[in-house]
Design a protein around this ligand. Structure first.
Ligand code: SF4
Length: 212
């Protein structure tokens, strides 16, 4: 049984160090995440299901203290079934590594699990339809910090429009967790001079998550 879960862990990008130290609680989390993953593949709660190749649950350490949450999968993510693997994802990975950490230490997901056509921003209704899946992921993983990438992800949590360039870097309380608002890596691809700001927020999120 354990071997089966270790195989799943490897498939969803968890490194061998974690696998060697995985315990039964971790295995339960992997199983719950696996079940959630199956549910979203069948989900038709909003019209985004019509455009997906596959729904994308997320990946990473099921015991992560920090969860990165973006807007929705893009074309590469929809094709590969993994979050943040396109150009924006590569930038996110690079900035995490620049802090001295590995992407696999954390958990990465999106508010919406299906790709909106043409990568448009999900509507508030589409966000609302998908949010219970994210809430269940948060409940299973139980991170200390949620780092929200971009205005759309922040809007889904705060239920109000967010000016991310003005509000980035803020730490807010949400259901007993801390939210850190920051720019979406895709914004940095269009505005490279803002990369330092995203790095600053990612570092703050990691430092807060790993502090006692
Ligand atoms: S985006 Fe979410 S709510 Fe909409 S179909 Fe996909 S999994 Fe279901």
């Amino acid at each position: 049984m354990i071997d089966k879960y270790l195989k799943v862990l490897k498939e969803i990008g968890i490194d061998e160090v974690f696998m060697e130290t995985a315990n039964h609680e971790s295995m339960d989390k992997v199983k719950l995440l696996e079940e959630l993953g199956k549910e979203i593949q069948e989900c038709k709660k909003c019209d985004l299901y019509k455009h997906r190749k596959q729904a994308v649950l997320g990946e990473g350490n099921p015991n992560a203290k920090l969860m990165f949450v973006g807007e929705a999968p893009g074309a590469d993510e929809d094709r590969l079934g993994r979050p943040f693997v396109g150009r924006a994802g590569q930038l996110l990975t690079k900035l995490i590594e620049a802090t001295g950490h590995k992407r696999e230490e954390f958990y990465i997901t999106n508010v919406n699990k299906c790709r909106p056509p043409g990568n448009r921003t999900p509507t508030p209704w589409e966000q609302e339809a998908c949010f219970p899946f994210l809430e269940r992921q948060i409940e299973i993983i139980n991170p200390k910090i949620l780092c929200l990438l971009g205005a759309a992800a922040a809007r889904a949590f705060l239920k109000r429009p967010v000016s991310i360039t003005k509000e980035r870097g803020e730490v807010l309380n949400w259901n007993g967790k801390k939210l850190i608002l920051t720019l979406h890596p895709a914004y940095i691809l269009r505005n490279p001079s803002a990369e330092e700001l995203l790095f600053e927020d990612i570092k703050k999120a990691i430092d807060l998550a790993l502090s006692d």
